[in-house]
Design a protein around this ligand. Structure first.
Ligand code: HEC
Ligand code: HEC
Length: 239
Protein backbone atom coordinates (compact mmCIF):
# COMPACT_ATOMS: atom_id res chain seq x y z
CA UNK A 1 0.00 0.00 0.00
CA UNK A 2 2.76 2.37 0.98
CA UNK A 3 4.72 1.75 -2.21
CA UNK A 4 1.66 2.41 -4.32
CA UNK A 5 1.10 5.66 -2.50
CA UNK A 6 4.73 6.63 -2.92
CA UNK A 7 4.79 5.85 -6.64
CA UNK A 8 1.70 7.86 -7.33
CA UNK A 9 3.10 10.72 -5.29
CA UNK A 10 6.34 10.60 -7.26
CA UNK A 11 4.41 10.45 -10.52
CA UNK A 12 2.48 13.50 -9.44
CA UNK A 13 5.60 15.41 -8.56
CA UNK A 14 7.44 14.51 -11.75
CA UNK A 15 4.58 15.08 -14.12
CA UNK A 16 3.83 18.34 -12.35
CA UNK A 17 7.43 19.34 -12.89
CA UNK A 18 7.61 18.59 -16.56
CA UNK A 19 4.28 20.25 -17.26
CA UNK A 20 5.49 23.41 -15.63
CA UNK A 21 8.17 23.74 -18.28
CA UNK A 22 5.85 23.21 -21.21
CA UNK A 23 3.41 25.66 -22.71
CA UNK A 24 0.37 23.82 -24.03
CA UNK A 25 2.52 20.70 -24.03
CA UNK A 26 4.91 22.19 -26.55
CA UNK A 27 8.45 20.91 -26.36
CA UNK A 28 10.74 23.97 -26.49
CA UNK A 29 13.87 21.94 -27.10
CA UNK A 30 12.41 20.09 -30.05
CA UNK A 31 10.93 23.26 -31.53
CA UNK A 32 14.26 25.03 -31.20
CA UNK A 33 15.95 22.18 -33.05
CA UNK A 34 13.30 22.24 -35.77
CA UNK A 35 12.93 25.97 -36.32
CA UNK A 36 16.20 27.64 -35.45
CA UNK A 37 19.13 25.32 -36.12
CA UNK A 38 19.42 25.95 -39.83
CA UNK A 39 21.08 29.21 -38.77
CA UNK A 40 21.88 29.05 -35.03
CA UNK A 41 24.25 26.49 -33.57
CA UNK A 42 22.76 25.11 -30.34
CA UNK A 43 25.71 23.19 -28.89
CA UNK A 44 26.72 23.87 -25.32
CA UNK A 45 29.52 24.94 -25.24
CA UNK A 46 28.92 26.33 -28.74
CA UNK A 47 31.02 25.48 -31.74
CA UNK A 48 31.78 28.41 -34.00
CA UNK A 49 32.37 28.10 -37.71
CA UNK A 50 33.99 30.44 -40.20
CA UNK A 51 30.88 30.61 -42.33
CA UNK A 52 28.20 30.47 -39.65
CA UNK A 53 24.92 32.13 -40.55
CA UNK A 54 24.05 33.41 -37.09
CA UNK A 55 25.51 33.72 -33.60
CA UNK A 56 25.39 30.49 -31.55
CA UNK A 57 22.20 30.26 -29.45
CA UNK A 58 24.22 30.29 -26.24
CA UNK A 59 25.65 33.68 -27.22
CA UNK A 60 22.14 34.92 -28.04
CA UNK A 61 20.82 33.74 -24.65
CA UNK A 62 23.69 35.24 -22.63
CA UNK A 63 23.49 38.42 -24.64
CA UNK A 64 19.81 39.05 -24.17
CA UNK A 65 19.83 38.08 -20.51
CA UNK A 66 22.72 40.46 -19.90
CA UNK A 67 21.50 43.43 -21.92
CA UNK A 68 17.79 43.48 -21.21
CA UNK A 69 16.92 46.56 -19.17
CA UNK A 70 14.91 46.04 -16.02
CA UNK A 71 14.67 47.69 -12.64
CA UNK A 72 13.27 44.52 -11.12
CA UNK A 73 15.58 41.48 -11.33
CA UNK A 74 12.66 39.05 -11.06
CA UNK A 75 11.41 40.43 -14.38
CA UNK A 76 14.66 39.75 -16.26
CA UNK A 77 13.72 36.32 -17.64
CA UNK A 78 10.08 37.19 -18.46
CA UNK A 79 11.34 40.29 -20.29
CA UNK A 80 13.99 38.27 -22.11
CA UNK A 81 11.30 35.81 -23.21
CA UNK A 82 9.12 38.68 -24.43
CA UNK A 83 12.10 40.04 -26.38
CA UNK A 84 12.61 36.71 -28.19
CA UNK A 85 8.90 36.41 -29.00
CA UNK A 86 8.97 39.84 -30.58
CA UNK A 87 12.39 39.71 -32.22
CA UNK A 88 11.89 36.47 -34.12
CA UNK A 89 8.82 37.80 -35.95
CA UNK A 90 9.90 41.43 -36.30
CA UNK A 91 13.67 41.69 -36.13
CA UNK A 92 15.52 44.92 -36.86
CA UNK A 93 19.03 46.31 -36.60
CA UNK A 94 17.93 48.82 -33.97
CA UNK A 95 16.34 46.18 -31.72
CA UNK A 96 19.20 43.69 -31.99
CA UNK A 97 21.65 43.48 -29.10
CA UNK A 98 24.33 42.30 -31.53
CA UNK A 99 27.27 44.70 -31.90
CA UNK A 100 27.50 46.61 -35.20
CA UNK A 101 30.31 44.48 -36.57
CA UNK A 102 28.49 41.18 -36.01
CA UNK A 103 25.32 42.64 -37.47
CA UNK A 104 27.29 43.63 -40.56
CA UNK A 105 28.80 40.17 -41.00
CA UNK A 106 25.62 38.18 -40.25
CA UNK A 107 23.06 40.63 -41.56
CA UNK A 108 19.81 41.18 -39.63
CA UNK A 109 17.91 37.97 -38.93
CA UNK A 110 15.19 37.33 -41.54
CA UNK A 111 11.73 37.47 -39.93
CA UNK A 112 10.36 34.02 -39.10
CA UNK A 113 6.78 35.26 -39.21
CA UNK A 114 4.41 32.48 -40.30
CA UNK A 115 7.03 29.81 -39.58
CA UNK A 116 6.63 29.81 -35.81
CA UNK A 117 3.67 30.71 -33.57
CA UNK A 118 3.76 32.86 -30.44
CA UNK A 119 3.02 29.82 -28.26
CA UNK A 120 5.85 27.92 -29.90
CA UNK A 121 8.15 30.88 -29.35
CA UNK A 122 7.14 31.04 -25.69
CA UNK A 123 8.17 27.39 -25.31
CA UNK A 124 11.39 27.91 -27.27
CA UNK A 125 12.35 31.00 -25.25
CA UNK A 126 11.60 29.32 -21.91
CA UNK A 127 13.81 26.45 -22.94
CA UNK A 128 16.59 28.77 -24.14
CA UNK A 129 16.79 30.66 -20.85
CA UNK A 130 16.64 27.55 -18.69
CA UNK A 131 19.17 25.59 -20.76
CA UNK A 132 21.82 28.12 -21.80
CA UNK A 133 22.83 29.10 -18.27
CA UNK A 134 26.24 29.70 -16.74
CA UNK A 135 25.70 26.70 -14.49
CA UNK A 136 24.98 24.33 -17.40
CA UNK A 137 27.90 25.77 -19.34
CA UNK A 138 30.29 25.21 -16.42
CA UNK A 139 29.10 21.63 -16.05
CA UNK A 140 29.42 20.94 -19.78
CA UNK A 141 32.92 22.40 -19.83
CA UNK A 142 34.01 20.39 -16.82
CA UNK A 143 32.82 17.22 -18.50
CA UNK A 144 34.58 18.15 -21.72
CA UNK A 145 37.84 18.91 -19.92
CA UNK A 146 37.69 15.56 -18.19
CA UNK A 147 37.09 13.91 -21.52
CA UNK A 148 39.89 15.81 -23.29
CA UNK A 149 42.46 15.01 -20.63
CA UNK A 150 41.62 11.30 -20.64
CA UNK A 151 44.20 9.05 -22.38
CA UNK A 152 42.86 7.77 -25.70
CA UNK A 153 43.13 4.15 -24.53
CA UNK A 154 40.96 4.85 -21.50
CA UNK A 155 38.47 6.63 -23.70
CA UNK A 156 38.31 3.57 -26.01
CA UNK A 157 37.92 1.28 -23.00
CA UNK A 158 34.93 3.32 -21.85
CA UNK A 159 33.45 3.51 -25.31
CA UNK A 160 33.72 -0.26 -25.88
CA UNK A 161 32.37 -1.19 -22.45
CA UNK A 162 35.62 -2.87 -21.36
CA UNK A 163 35.13 -1.24 -17.98
CA UNK A 164 31.96 -3.18 -17.26
CA UNK A 165 34.21 -6.24 -16.77
CA UNK A 166 37.54 -4.63 -15.86
CA UNK A 167 38.68 -2.06 -13.36
CA UNK A 168 42.18 -0.65 -13.25
CA UNK A 169 43.04 -1.77 -9.74
CA UNK A 170 40.48 -4.38 -8.84
CA UNK A 171 39.41 -7.75 -10.16
CA UNK A 172 35.71 -7.75 -10.99
CA UNK A 173 34.59 -10.12 -13.75
CA UNK A 174 37.90 -9.88 -15.53
CA UNK A 175 41.34 -9.25 -14.03
CA UNK A 176 42.41 -5.75 -12.93
CA UNK A 177 44.12 -4.09 -15.89
CA UNK A 178 47.10 -3.42 -13.66
CA UNK A 179 47.45 -7.17 -12.97
CA UNK A 180 47.24 -7.83 -16.71
CA UNK A 181 50.04 -5.31 -17.23
CA UNK A 182 52.18 -6.90 -14.48
CA UNK A 183 51.65 -10.49 -15.62
CA UNK A 184 54.83 -12.13 -16.78
CA UNK A 185 55.10 -12.60 -20.53
CA UNK A 186 52.34 -10.10 -21.32
CA UNK A 187 53.92 -8.20 -24.18
CA UNK A 188 51.93 -5.76 -26.26
CA UNK A 189 51.60 -8.46 -28.91
CA UNK A 190 50.13 -11.02 -26.48
CA UNK A 191 47.65 -8.52 -25.08
CA UNK A 192 46.56 -7.33 -28.51
CA UNK A 193 45.93 -10.92 -29.54
CA UNK A 194 43.74 -11.54 -26.47
CA UNK A 195 41.67 -8.43 -27.14
CA UNK A 196 41.15 -9.42 -30.75
CA UNK A 197 40.53 -13.16 -30.25
CA UNK A 198 39.40 -13.37 -26.63
CA UNK A 199 40.98 -15.31 -23.81
CA UNK A 200 40.04 -17.93 -21.23
CA UNK A 201 41.54 -19.83 -18.32
CA UNK A 202 44.62 -17.63 -18.24
CA UNK A 203 43.62 -15.98 -14.96
CA UNK A 204 42.67 -18.32 -12.13
CA UNK A 205 40.53 -15.72 -10.36
CA UNK A 206 38.27 -15.21 -13.39
CA UNK A 207 36.43 -18.41 -12.32
CA UNK A 208 35.51 -19.58 -15.78
CA UNK A 209 34.52 -16.15 -17.07
CA UNK A 210 35.93 -15.57 -20.53
CA UNK A 211 37.23 -12.55 -22.34
CA UNK A 212 35.05 -12.09 -25.44
CA UNK A 213 36.74 -11.54 -28.80
CA UNK A 214 36.61 -7.97 -30.10
CA UNK A 215 37.01 -8.75 -33.78
CA UNK A 216 35.33 -5.58 -34.92
CA UNK A 217 37.87 -3.23 -33.35
CA UNK A 218 40.49 -1.85 -35.74
CA UNK A 219 44.10 -2.90 -35.23
CA UNK A 220 44.94 0.70 -34.44
CA UNK A 221 42.34 0.82 -31.65
CA UNK A 222 43.46 -2.53 -30.28
CA UNK A 223 47.02 -1.25 -30.19
CA UNK A 224 45.96 1.94 -28.38
CA UNK A 225 44.01 -0.17 -25.86
CA UNK A 226 46.91 -2.57 -25.35
CA UNK A 227 49.40 0.24 -24.88
CA UNK A 228 47.11 1.91 -22.39
CA UNK A 229 46.73 -1.30 -20.36
CA UNK A 230 50.51 -1.74 -20.32
CA UNK A 231 51.02 1.90 -19.34
CA UNK A 232 49.21 1.18 -16.08
CA UNK A 233 52.23 -0.87 -15.02
CA UNK A 234 54.55 2.09 -15.44
CA UNK A 235 52.31 4.21 -13.25
CA UNK A 236 52.69 1.71 -10.45
CA UNK A 237 56.50 1.59 -10.84
CA UNK A 238 56.70 5.37 -10.54
CA UNK A 239 54.94 5.50 -7.19
C1 HEC B 1 17.63 32.19 -41.57
C2 HEC B 1 18.51 32.22 -40.45
C3 HEC B 1 17.91 32.34 -39.06
C4 HEC B 1 16.91 31.58 -38.51
C5 HEC B 1 16.11 30.45 -39.14
C6 HEC B 1 16.79 32.02 -37.15
N1 HEC B 1 17.66 33.03 -36.88
FE1 HEC B 1 17.85 34.09 -35.16
N2 HEC B 1 19.28 35.27 -35.97
C7 HEC B 1 19.81 35.11 -37.22
C8 HEC B 1 20.86 36.09 -37.42
C9 HEC B 1 21.68 36.26 -38.69
C10 HEC B 1 20.97 36.84 -36.22
C11 HEC B 1 22.00 37.94 -35.87
C12 HEC B 1 21.61 39.29 -36.35
C13 HEC B 1 20.48 39.85 -35.58
O1 HEC B 1 20.62 40.06 -34.37
O2 HEC B 1 19.42 40.08 -36.18
C14 HEC B 1 19.92 36.31 -35.34
C15 HEC B 1 19.64 36.83 -34.10
C16 HEC B 1 18.68 36.33 -33.24
C17 HEC B 1 18.28 36.95 -32.00
C18 HEC B 1 18.77 38.29 -31.46
C19 HEC B 1 20.11 38.19 -30.77
C20 HEC B 1 20.59 39.48 -30.14
O3 HEC B 1 21.63 39.42 -29.49
O4 HEC B 1 19.92 40.52 -30.25
C21 HEC B 1 17.35 36.12 -31.44
C22 HEC B 1 16.62 36.32 -30.12
C23 HEC B 1 17.15 35.01 -32.33
N3 HEC B 1 17.97 35.16 -33.42
C24 HEC B 1 16.32 33.94 -32.08
C25 HEC B 1 15.98 32.97 -33.02
C26 HEC B 1 15.05 31.90 -32.78
C27 HEC B 1 14.37 31.62 -31.45
C28 HEC B 1 14.94 31.20 -33.95
C29 HEC B 1 14.03 30.01 -34.22
C30 HEC B 1 12.64 30.21 -34.02
C31 HEC B 1 15.80 31.84 -34.92
N4 HEC B 1 16.44 32.91 -34.33
C32 HEC B 1 15.90 31.46 -36.24
C33 HEC B 1 19.41 34.20 -38.18
C34 HEC B 1 18.38 33.25 -38.03
C1 HEC C 1 32.19 -9.69 -20.56
C2 HEC C 1 33.33 -9.31 -19.76
C3 HEC C 1 34.54 -8.70 -20.44
C4 HEC C 1 34.57 -7.62 -21.30
C5 HEC C 1 33.41 -6.79 -21.83
C6 HEC C 1 35.97 -7.37 -21.58
N1 HEC C 1 36.75 -8.27 -20.93
FE1 HEC C 1 38.78 -8.39 -21.00
N2 HEC C 1 38.72 -10.08 -19.88
C7 HEC C 1 37.59 -10.64 -19.32
C8 HEC C 1 37.96 -11.85 -18.59
C9 HEC C 1 37.02 -12.72 -17.81
C10 HEC C 1 39.35 -11.98 -18.74
C11 HEC C 1 40.22 -13.10 -18.20
C12 HEC C 1 40.22 -14.23 -19.22
C13 HEC C 1 41.19 -15.35 -18.85
O1 HEC C 1 41.15 -15.79 -17.70
O2 HEC C 1 41.94 -15.74 -19.76
C14 HEC C 1 39.81 -10.85 -19.54
C15 HEC C 1 41.12 -10.61 -19.89
C16 HEC C 1 41.58 -9.48 -20.55
C17 HEC C 1 42.97 -9.20 -20.85
C18 HEC C 1 44.17 -10.07 -20.49
C19 HEC C 1 44.54 -10.92 -21.67
C20 HEC C 1 45.87 -11.60 -21.48
O3 HEC C 1 46.29 -12.22 -22.47
O4 HEC C 1 46.47 -11.53 -20.42
C21 HEC C 1 42.99 -7.99 -21.50
C22 HEC C 1 44.20 -7.24 -22.02
C23 HEC C 1 41.63 -7.55 -21.62
N3 HEC C 1 40.80 -8.48 -21.05
C24 HEC C 1 41.26 -6.36 -22.23
C25 HEC C 1 39.94 -6.03 -22.49
C26 HEC C 1 39.57 -4.90 -23.30
C27 HEC C 1 40.54 -3.90 -23.93
C28 HEC C 1 38.22 -4.90 -23.38
C29 HEC C 1 37.32 -3.98 -24.18
C30 HEC C 1 37.61 -3.85 -25.59
C31 HEC C 1 37.75 -6.03 -22.58
N4 HEC C 1 38.82 -6.67 -22.07
C32 HEC C 1 36.41 -6.35 -22.40
C33 HEC C 1 36.30 -10.17 -19.42
C34 HEC C 1 35.92 -9.10 -20.23
Amino acid sequence: MRTIFLTSLLLLIFSGCSQEKKVNNLDGKKLLEEKCTQCHNIDLPPKTFEDEKAPPMMAVAFHIKGFIKTGDESQRIPKAIAFVKDYVVSPSASKSFCDKESLKSYGVMPSQKGKVSQDELQAIAEYIFSHFTQKNLDEAQLLQNKFNSMPKGEYLAQKNNCLTCHKIDKHIIGPAFRDVAMKQGNSLEVIMKSIKNGSKKKYTNSKGAIMPAFKKLSDADIKTLGEWVLSLKLQKDKK
